[in-house]
Ligand binder design. Structure first.
Ligand SMILES: Cc1cc2nc3c(=O)[nH]c(=O)nc-3n(C[C@H](O)[C@H](O)[C@H](O)COP(=O)(O)OP(=O)(O)OC[C@H]3O[C@@H](n4cnc5c(N)ncnc54)[C@H](O)[C@@H]3O)c2cc1C
Length: 438
């Protein structure tokens, strides 16, 4: 069930594991296996058209023996009798893989039934909304979530007067530290974005035709011809069953083979929850790359093969405004809020040789466990090279690398691509120097 990253990853892996397996996919959408991740960049006109977001043709799946049913919503699931109901007909299965993804959290305020509220998800709807964007002069983005950051940047690129409202005091407040978000916010201000922090949306206000015209806040009504709702992702488990255990985050509980509490039902992607490698606490709402990898594990195991998925450390990164931000596991704010003790090192460095054209600033913060000095998290903002650092530091946290290791790491120095001093190493050296002074 599901034609997103998890469902398609699972279908391909099941077929690769057992060529004779009959693999059927149901998706309620018109398409499968397109990249929703690219949608904000088409809206922002960085990507010229939606067509290039499709990853494979419908024929390619057919030729590979995967039977995809489009616009086919599963309306009931009977785990005891091993069937699902689609278009009124019951379809049996030996093994079921749930890849039903996420829903945006209900904003929980009046006016959610108005026209003009855009939840970015399905590519066909995005194509329709893209035409609407041509006519929009002023828009409000609700919540500075990862998608919110992308959509603010996209709308501003498109020349739309863009307002951002969020109840938190800075952008991406649950994941990013304020000093990491600050350059992004400064660049939005340069792009003309109006930010409203500590300002929850209280209501969507409509006109006589049922179209949104404003977002009500404690600072007054913000005029809006369009509102992009970027609330948190919540696991879509509306079709789960009593035999399938749901965890504390609202996601489906799975083991390392992505098997649910029912032996013949697997789940993968945003409908699940997974243990965090540092805290061991379950988390949900991961990324498309997690969903695809989990789908491959679920598909392989459901078809009789062996593959395991490991706890997650969640390296992340994105472009927001004129900057890239990223990190892994815990930042200073999150670790403090959770009462996790840490020592920290910070460095402000550069991405290339200081004389090389295009050199960009890079700020790195490293957090480590006191005593062992094992890395437990990192935060970064810079003009380039943030993704590669986040991936590297994700592995560093996972494998138990310490600040001492990072302080003495080797690094590439080549004027167009790397500076003499790697900011990660300098941040580690600064942390050690700070400890020696104590
Ligand atoms: C705008 C946008 C930007 C994103 N940007 C990034 C990014 O930059 N990086 C990144 O890693 N990830 C990104 N993502 C990916 C994303 O956040 C998810 O992690 C990913 O889509 C999860 O994949 P999934 O297969 O679990 O769920 P989804 O992709 O949500 O797929 C769910 C599938 O389930 C189907 N479905 C649900 N219920 C039923 C039913 N009852 N019957 C039939 N079918 C059903 C749907 O039709 C759909 O095919 C982005 C997503 C969006 C929408």
């Amino acid at each position: 069930m599901g034609g997103g990253a998890a469902g398609i990853g699972a279908a391909g892996a099941a077929k690769a594991t057992d060529r004779d397996a009959e693999v059927t996919v149901f998706t309620e959408y018109e398409d499968a296996a397109y990249s929703p991740c690219g949608i904000p960049y088409v809206h922002g006109k960085e990507i010229p058209d939606f067509e290039r977001l499709f990853l494979a043709t419908k024929e390619a799946y057919r030729e590979n023996g995967i039977d995809i049913h489009y616009q086919s919503k599963v309306t009931a699931l009977d785990v005891g009798r091993k069937n699902v109901t689609v278009d009124g007909a019951e379809v049996g299965w030996d093994r079921l893989i749930l890849g039903t993804g996420f829903n945006y959290a209900d904003p929980g305020i009046p006016g959610t039934n108005l026209g003009g509220l855009y939840y970015v998800k399905n590519i066909r709807r995005a194509m329709e909304w893209d035409k609407v964007l041509d006519t929009v002069k002023v828009a409000v983005v609700v919540e500075a979530s990862p998608l919110g950051l992308e959509m603010v940047t996209a709308l501003a690129h498109r020349g739309i007067e863009t307002h951002l409202v969020d109840k938190a005091p800075w952008a991406l407040a649950e994941a990013a530290d304020p000093d990491i978000a600050e350059p992004v916010q400064d660049s939005w201000a340069e792009m003309g974005v109006k930010m409203h922090w500590n300002t929850p949306a209280r209501a969507f206000v409509g006109d006589d035709n049922g179209q949104v015209r404003a977002v009500r806040t404690d600072d007054g009504d913000l005029p809006a011809e369009l509102v992009v709702v970027c609330t948190k992702k919540k696991p879509n488990v509306s079709l789960s069953a009593k035999e399938i255990k749901i965890g504390s985050t609202g996601g489906i509980v799975v083991d390392e083979n992505m098997r649910t509490s029912h032996p013949d039902v697997y789940a993968a992607g945003d409908c699940t929850e997974l243990p965090h490698g540092v805290s061991n606490l379950p988390i949900q709402g991961l990324s498309g790359s997690h969903a695809y990898a989990q789908g491959k594990v679920a598909g392989t195991c459901a078809a009789g093969g062996k593959r395991a998925y490991q706890p997650v450390y969640v390296p992340w990164g994105m472009v927001a405004g004129k900057w890239m931000i990223g990190g892994v596991a815990f930042g200073e704010t999150l670790a403090t809020a959770l009462g996790i003790p840490f020592v920290m090192g910070v460095a402000n460095g550069i991405s290339r040789a200081r004389y090389y054209p295009g050199v960009k600033k890079v700020r790195v913060k490293l957090l480590a466990e006191p005593g062992s000095l094992r890395l437990i998290g990192a935060q970064m903002v810079g003009g380039e090279g943030i993704k590669e650092r986040a991936d590297f530091l994700g592995m560093a946290v996972k494998t138990g690398i310490t600040l001492r290791d990072l302080a003495t790491m080797e690094n590439v120095y080549s004027p167009p691509i790397g500076a003499l001093n790697e900011p990660i190493s300098v941040a580690a050296q600064n942390a050690l120097a700070g400890l020696e002074q104590k």
